[in-house]
Design a binder for this molecule. Structure first.
Ligand SMILES: O=C(O)[C@H](O)[C@H](O)COP(=O)(O)O
Ligand SMILES: [Mg+2]
Length: 304
């Protein structure tokens, strides 16, 4: 397969061409806009600049721990006004798929390994959940892993959960093995994500690996690089792929997502991927590479 080397914008003219070429800018969040609670230097200024140029801005995150309302508040804390409809998360894509595509029957539930944010998104789409933040499942003691009638649960949704424990993993596994019709989903498959200081932590894909290994089966995943996420975006926004760029820090999630959706891709080096990852043997190659989205400030500083 022929792959061309990425372009590294350097001059004001290079950056200006980016602004001229793309009307829709899709931004990943962790590792691009922020790391944990630490905003990327210049991110707020760049977003404000792009808006002032009439660009459509969309945030596409695999982080399933917050609802879109909570993400909106996080943006507000860094001084950026964002509408809920501009935020697409793997939690939201999961909820939309389970309610609108799977059309889960009203009396059935989804067993969640995950936190408040994903529960909120599921409930907002009218889906009944179990597991998740239920105190009964948030215990480190190996107590009751009795699952009742397995056919009450139509799907297991594996997501990121800071309180993941044996009870949750065991219940998820029981639902999937005792009910052959139980669907196996994951919000996303990211193995790692970056936090403050550039340290990598375990992502959803790493957490769900125990269930996948025991089952010998892979879940259907809704986050990037899945096109489910793009279908959610396209249902709310008119997107011309030829005038759209996806900016991210992971090759296998963000850049692969952009390629799956037929849009241009730009890697930043403020998160998971480094320059060494875009060598000429890299399996996924972005169209463009810049050190940080903060570098786009070159434009706001040079134009009136
Ligand atoms: O597994 C996770 O939770 C993800 O790795 C993480 O939160 C990614 O978020 P993104 O970089 O897509 O904003
Ligand atoms: Mg990221």
């Amino acid at each position: 397969m022929q792959r061309s080397a990425p372009f590294f914008p350097i001059t004001v003219q290079d950056y200006q061409k980016l602004v001229d070429d793309y009307d829709t800018w899709m931004f990943d969040c962790d590792g691009v806009i922020w790391k944990g609670n630490m905003p990327t230097e210049g991110a707020a200024e760049v977003l404000t600049f792009l808006r002032s140029k009439g660009k459509k801005i969309i945030f596409v995150t695999n982080n399933p721990t917050h609802s879109r309302e909570t993400f909106k508040k996080k943006f507000a804390r860094m001084g950026v006004e964002v509408a809920v409809d501009e935020i697409f998360s793997s939690a939201y894509a999961s909820a939309v798929y389970i309610s609108s595509v799977m059309k889960i029957p009203k009396e059935k539930k989804v067993y969640v390994i995950g936190m408040h944010g994903i529960e909120e998104e599921l409930k907002e789409q009218g889906i009944s959940v179990c597991g998740g933040t239920d105190p009964a499942d948030n215990t480190l003691e190996l107590v009751d892993t009795e699952i009742g009638n397995p056919s009450d649960v139509a799907a297991v949704l594996a997501s990121w959960d800071s309180s993941i424990n044996y009870t949750k993993l065991s219940k998820a596994f029981q639902y999937l093995t005792h009910n052959p019709d139980c669907a196996f989903f994951s919000s996303d498959d990211d193995l790692t994500y970056p936090v403050e200081g550039g340290v990598l932590f375990l992502g959803t894909g790493a957490l769900s690996s125990m269930i996948r290994y025991a089952l010998g089966r892979e879940p259907v995943s809704f986050g990037k690089p899945s096109k489910t996420m793009f279908e959610c975006i396209a249902a709310k926004h008119k997107i011309d792929p030829s005038r759209t760029v996806m900016i991210g820090d992971r090759l296998d999630a963000d850049i692969a997502f952009g390629k799956n959706c037929g849009v241009a891709t730009m890697l930043v080096l403020t998160g998971v991927a480094s320059l060494a990852d875009v060598s000429d043997i890299a399996p996924i190659m972005p169209d463009l590479v810049i050190p940080s989205i903060g570098d786009l400030r070159i434009l706001s500083h040079s134009t009136s």
